[in-house]
Design a protein around this ligand. Structure first.
Ligand code: NPW
Ligand code: ADP
Ligand code: K
Length: 505
């Protein structure tokens, strides 16, 4: 699903108006009707009162239509026009006469007392916002936010005060419980700095012309079930374990064998044909007991350079379909040396996570040695160690994209809506997953899944999009049954099968 800029969204509206064709006032009617429908569906037939705050632009116009529609259906509605400009937009003005009970706010002192707990509809500003809201209009936003513990705030299209494609963290902005956004997700919603203010996002289709969406170019995408279904490849009936590759998982150290077990198990569950776990000897029994399906390749303590110096193993490494490296390996000098040797010996796309990334952060000369098209999966702290810090999440996204292009790597920056930057500059956001996955080892499972998918012959891009989706979906299915709080990393592996079945539906 494409993510468009505010400017592209305006062009989409204009294209629809011209080519459907439809008048802009009717397009507004359609958008507002979707919002009113969502509210009736969500808040029921006997909801608390609706308090609707409208600005002077088309976002305010939506608010006026929502007010009329809800009132026509017999709901208790009060609506205010907040005079943030001298003149309303044409479609805003056209709708005012159809809601004669409209009240007016021309200064903050006129903000009403909302006694009965209700639903505040925020239709002050949408994608037309082009600067921070200041003065008394900012005061209105603060007054709305002051009410947020007594009332449910629903923002129309965008929380008022937020910019769609620029940083606006320090601007006055409505803190919504729900944001009903039209046709496309806005980039701002997908960045952590805006998460709290956006609340739960609901995408409402308002009939934007499909030809516009099909031809418009954008670097930003949100992965959706349709994309995932086209990536997923059913197994060939005559296939055998050799078809699905032999993966090498380099993970674990004394006290961190859990990371190795989780990554190895997830690699198998994701569908690798064979998996060898490269672990320290102290973890041999643990691994053989916990994951009997895996083979073990052990050494004296943790990883150390001598291991990769051995001609036998140097010859062996390239024979694996894929290598996953990092979970729990530690970041001491000997391990760093071992990683360097591995990078010299293995030239196919690999998966690098956790301590492998921390080592590279310490020795940046290793970065250009990573095989082209490999997948890096840093969490925000690891990302910062690798590439430095930024002032805001828009800048971080830019840095992520630039590094993926420069280094010709796939980089997955973890979080809610993990951002996956590709070597061609495209960025995909993953929508599956939940806060229950903020638990030790969830990232090790992701490393295992990605390694398992590469092992089966998925291209790095396909493995990345499918792997992130499956990982989050398995977490969602686990949380549905077990709660977010009680979810542990092992559950994600356990529900991976359900996640596969779900995408085949
Ligand atoms: N087009 C369509 O067919 C459809 C559009 N739809 C709806 O339209 C919304 C976009 O509407 P919009 O473009 O009128 O802008 P909107 O967000 O209402 O208001 C901003 C206005 O205020 C102004 N302004 C900007 N910043 C400011 C500030 N800080 N403080 C004070 N004023 C400020 C700025 O004017 P300026 O002052 O810059 O001249 C601008 O005109 C969109 O989000 C969706 O809800 C739907 O109905 C679907 C069909
Ligand atoms: N709030 C959240 N919503 C969605 N996914 C999340 C959330 N919190 C964490 N995750 C996912 O869980 C994983 C956590 O990885 P990581 O921080 O590396 O954990 P660990 O190092 O303990 O294995 C990432 O894939 C991340 O995207
Ligand atoms: K709004």
């Amino acid at each position: 699903m494409k993510i468009l800029s505010a400017q592209q969204i305006r062009a989409a509206d204009a294209y629809t108006i011209e080519h459907e064709p439809i008048s802009s006032v009717l397009l507004m009617e359609r958008a507002a009707m979707e919002c009113a429908g969502w509210m009736v569906h969500t808040f029921g037939e006997t909801p608390p009162p609706y308090y609707i705050f409208c600005g002077m632009g088309n976002n305010g116009g939506d608010g006026l239509v929502i007010a009329r529609r809800l009132q026509e259906q017999g709901f208790a509605v009060q609506a205010w026009l907040v005079h943030t400009a001298d003149t309303p937009s044409a479609d805003n003005a056209a709708n005012q006469p159809y809601y004669p009970e409209l009240q007016h706010i021309r200064e903050p002192g006129e903000f009403p007392l909302l006694e009965e707990p209700g639903i505040i509809v925020d239709a002050l500003f949408g994608t037309g916002l082009n600067r921070p809201v200041e003065g008394w209009a900012a005061g209105v936003i603060h007054k709305i936010n002051d009410q947020r513990h007594r009332h449910t705030i629903v923002s129309i299209d965008m929380p008022s005060g937020m910019m769609a494609d620029e940083p606006s963290l320090h601007f006055p902005c409505v803190h919504a419980r729900y944001t009903l956004t039209f046709e496309y997700y806005k980039l701002a919603f997908l960045l952590p700095e805006n998460g709290e203010r956006t609340g739960k996002t609901e995408l409402l289709k308002i009939g934007i012309h499909p030809d516009y969406t099909a031809q418009v170019q954008t670097e930003y995408h949100l992965t959706d079930p349709e994309t995932i279904r086209t990536i997923y490849r059913p197994r060939d009936a005559f296939s055998h374990k050799g078809t699905y590759g032999h993966a090498l998982m380099i993970a674990g150290s004394y006290g961190k064998m859990g990371a190795a077990v989780l990554a190895t198990r997830a690699c198998l569950r994701a569908g690798a044909g064979l998996v060898t776990a490269h672990i320290p000897r102290c973890g041999y029994e643990i691994m053989q007991t916990a994951v009997p399906e895996a083979m073990c390749d052990t050494e004296e303590s943790a990883l150390y350079s001598a291991h990769f110096d051995e001609p036998f193993r140097l010859r062996q490494a390239p024979d694996y379909a894929v290598v996953g490296i990092g979970p729990g390996i530690g970041a001491d000098t000997a391990t760093a040396k071992a990683l360097e040797r591995l990078l010299q010996a293995f030239h196919k796309p690999m998966v690098l996570d956790a301590d492998a990334l921390n080592i590279i952060g310490k020795y940046p000369a290793l970065l250009p040695q990573i095989p082209k098209d490999s997948i890096l999966t840093p969490h925000p702290k690891e990302f910062e160690r690798l590439f430095g810090s930024t002032d805001n999440h828009f800048e971080r996204l830019e840095l992520l994209t630039r590094k993926a292009c420069e280094l010709q790597l796939y980089i997955l920056l973890k979080g809610k809506y993990s951002a996956m930057a590709c070597p061609d500059g495209a960025v995909y956001f993953n929508p599956t997953g939940n806060p229950g996955m903020a638990t030790a080892g969830a990232g090790d499972v992701l490393t295992g899944i990605l390694t398992g998918l590469l092992s089966q012959g998925y291209t790095p891009k396909a493995a990345l999009l499918l792997g992130a989706w499956l990982h989050g979906l398995a977490g969602d299915l686990a949380a549905d049954d077990l709660s977010e709080e009680a979810l542990v990393a092992e559950d994600i592996i356990h529900y991976l099968g359900q996640a596969y079945l779900n995408i085949k539906k």
